[in-house]
Write a protein that binds this ligand. Structure first.
Ligand code: ADP
Ligand SMILES: N[C@@H](CCOP(=O)(O)O)C(=O)O
Length: 291
């Protein structure tokens, strides 16, 4: 038997669409695997009523297939599905690491990234690895076609999750297929700033580098109160705010001393538009760990 905890993640960070990701210190999924003749799945925890236990529909079924590692898999969800916090990726990454250990497959964490990404294809139609990469490797990650680069960063964060469900599949449909060159240049400048900020653990640079004009405005439309909550977080001291993943969560970067104030400003702003929400005061954290 093997048990692995894998963290929530936030991917894109505004300017790094389908490329940048960070592991969050909390919340997390816990996945336990035992060898079996065929794969069966049990799901408990946050939002488990919305998660299929059929191995063809649950992301961990695809990961078990990819590793040729049939198992009884128990998932204790800490990351709500359809949250923009890499819920499916947390399960995929945890299952990949746990099954790799259970069956002694010997893959490195880097090698497990495309395997865990097979799980993402089950729910969003694409094997994008910008969530599973930080869930496995921790820190700030850059996922490109040639592989993944990861760096540790000390950055305080607030992830604010409203009681709205936005599926990644639907939120990918609103992404424009073309962009103006001015906006592309702006995005490159932001992305470079953000990457430097992560390497320096500088919340000002990371916040400034989240500014993006192509994908974020299209997705903001799917989140009731997005601009009010963003502005409230900025007024409370956040250095940058964007849609977390495909939404509906918002991710704010700030100095450690401002985190509680930013979290409460975001919650109040959601409440003002009649939306219940919860806020995680968190930071860039470690990747999946064995228990
Ligand atoms: N192990 C799993 N954990 C979370 N969601 C899962 C899992 N397996 C399948 N799903 C399905 O994936 C969808 C959530 O994934 P997604 O829309 O990408 O949200 P998130 O941003 O939270 O990962 C839901 O429809 C859910 O039923
Ligand atoms: N790059 C993807 C990330 C989706 O993240 P999720 O946490 O919402 O599943 C996208 O932006 O579509």
């Amino acid at each position: 038997m093997r048990t692995v905890r894998a963290p929530a993640t936030s991917a894109n960070l505004g300017s790094g669409f389908d490329v940048f990701g960070v592991a969050l210190d909390r919340p997390a999924d816990v996945v336990r695997v035992e060898k079996a003749d065929e794969t069966t799945i049990e799901v408990t925890g946050v939002g488990s009523q919305y998660i299929p236990e059929d191995p063809r529909k649950n992301v961990v079924g695809a990961v078990a297939d990819a590793l040729d590692a049939p198992a009884h898999i128990r998932i204790d969800k800490g990351v709500r599905p359809s949250s923009g916090l890499g819920s499916s990726a947390a399960s995929s990454a945890a299952a990949a690491l746990a099954l790799n250990g259970l069956y002694d497959r010997g893959y490195s964490r880097q090698e497990l990234v495309p395997i865990a990404a097979e799980g993402e294809a089950v729910v969003s139609g694409e094997a994008h690895s910008d969530n599973v990469a930080p869930a496995l490797l921790g820190g700030f990650t850059v996922a490109r076609h040639g592989g993944v680069t990861a760096v540790d960063a000390e950055i305080p964060l607030v992830a604010c999750l409203p009681e709205i469900a936005v599926s990644t599949r639907d939120a990918r449909r609103v992404v424009p297929s073309r962009a103006d060159m001015d906006d592309v240049v702006h995005t490159v400048g932001s992305a470079a700033t953000l990457a430097v900020g992560m390497c320096r653990s500088d919340p000002e640079l990371v916040g400034a580098g989240m500014d993006e004009r192509i994908v974020t405005p299209a997705r903001a439309e799917l989140i009731n109160g997005y601009y009010d909550v963003r502005d409230a977080a900025l007024a409370a001291g956040a250095t940058g705010v964007t849609v977390s993943g495909a939404g509906p969560s918002l991710l704010a970067v700030c100095g450690g001393a401002d985190r509680a104030r930013v979290a409460s400003a975001m919650l109040d702003a959601f409440e003002d538009v009649g939306v219940d929400a919860r806020a995680y005061q968190t930071r860039v954290g470690a990747g999946a760990t064995f228990h």
